[in-house]
Design a binder for this molecule. Structure first.
Ligand SMILES: NC(=O)c1ccc[n+]([C@@H]2O[C@H](COP(=O)([O-])OP(=O)(O)OC[C@H]3O[C@@H](n4cnc5c(N)ncnc54)[C@H](OP(=O)(O)O)[C@@H]3O)[C@@H](O)[C@H]2O)c1
Length: 289
């Protein structure tokens, strides 16, 4: 099998690429920069076509997006181009090539008034990021057999990534205070566990929407405390704040998070608890100190 990972330079795409190699799946990765990648810009239709011609994929994992939620709010036109129009072009290329499409979606399709949410719950995004990702999800699902994976608060030990756990480690190291929302509830998701579940779903030819998130439903502040306990950090640098106090450009879904019964039925398992992955990350931190 040949896989094309669109956005292999990112946190989830990079984790998937490493797992594909371990599973002996031939893999091509894309980025707009950097060596060893096929060039692909979701805002540039010709580059999408070229990447498909060069890779002739059986499986396409669409991880690329404009992921900075506040930048999407500031530049909705670019966000729509990258997050909505881009996936529609990718779906069209998949249709032509006969490739299976896996699209990475988000809990931000919900307004966060009554989470955690099941796959069938009514959507109501409250930000440009959420609205454009939902448009992208719908474009992807317009392709027969496509799989849309909704996930959230993805973390890993990856020095190239600015994920929540890397920000926490960096602030702790530099002794900088870290303002953490105490009123955003969600399910932190370890990138390696997400990648394994997504490849398993693809291998089972799952289609439609699947929530793929960790089992812990907690506030961002409580997650930060959990991480500090696992890493042996004094949590004094954490400052709990209400989201409204953070002055962010985009609204956030507050009581969000996702339910995973459908995933458990399909795979016969859910994702492991955050304590397991935080323990693994604690081991990596110790190695480097
Ligand atoms: N991380 C989370 O907590 C989370 C939660 C829910 C959903 N998701 C979804 O999961 C996917 C992957 O997230 P991630 O955490 O891996 O994100 P990330 O680390 O921010 O990576 C984003 C990727 O998108 C690529 N990209 C950005 N703009 C692009 C463009 N115009 N054309 C082509 N590629 C572009 C980047 O590649 P280059 O800059 O190298 O081109 C990079 O590979 C996204 O679709 C995101 O919406 C993530």
């Amino acid at each position: 099998m040949k896989a094309l990972i669109i956005g292999a330079s990112g946190q989830i795409g990079g984790t998937l690429a490493a797992l594909c190699v371990r599973r002996r799946i031939e893999v091509y990765g894309t980025s707009r920069k950097g060596q060893g990648f096929l060039y692909l810009d979701l805002a540039d239709p010709v580059s999408i076509k070229d990447a498909f011609e060069k890779s002739t994929p059986d499986l396409v994992l669409l991880c690329s997006a404009m992921t900075h939620v506040d930048n999407c709010e500031r530049d909705p036109e670019l966000a729509r181009k990258v997050n909505a129009a881009g996936p529609a072009l990718v779906a069209e290329e998949c249709r032509r090539a006969g490739s299976k499409l896996v699209y990475f979606s988000t809990e931000y399709v919900f307004d966060g008034t009554s989470g955690p949410y099941g796959e069938g719950d009514p959507v109501n995004p409250v930000s440009v990021y959420g609205r454009t990702k939902l448009e992208g999800e719908r474009a992807a699902l317009g392709l027969k057999g496509a799989l849309a994976v909704r996930t959230t608060v993805v973390y890993s030990h990856n020095p190239a990534s600015k994920n929540f756990i890397m920000q926490l480690i960096s602030n702790h190291r530099s002794k900088a205070a870290m303002r953490v929302p105490s009123d955003q509830f969600s399910n932190p998701t370890y990138a390696a566990d997400l990648a394994a579940a997504v490849l398993d779903l693809a291998e089972k030819d799952a289609s439609g929407i699947y929530n793929v998130v960790g089992p812990d439903w907690l506030s961002r502040y409580d997650f930060a405390l959990k991480a500090c306990a696992a890493f042996g950090f004094d949590p004094a640098f954490l400052e709990p704040k209400l989201t409204a106090e953070l002055g962010q450009a985009a609204l956030r879904p507050l009581k969000a998070g996702l339910k995973t019964e459908k995933l458990a039925r399909k795979l016969g398992r859910g994702l492991p608890p955050a304590d397991d992955s935080l323990r693994k990350i604690a081991g990596i931190i110790k190695q480097y100190e």
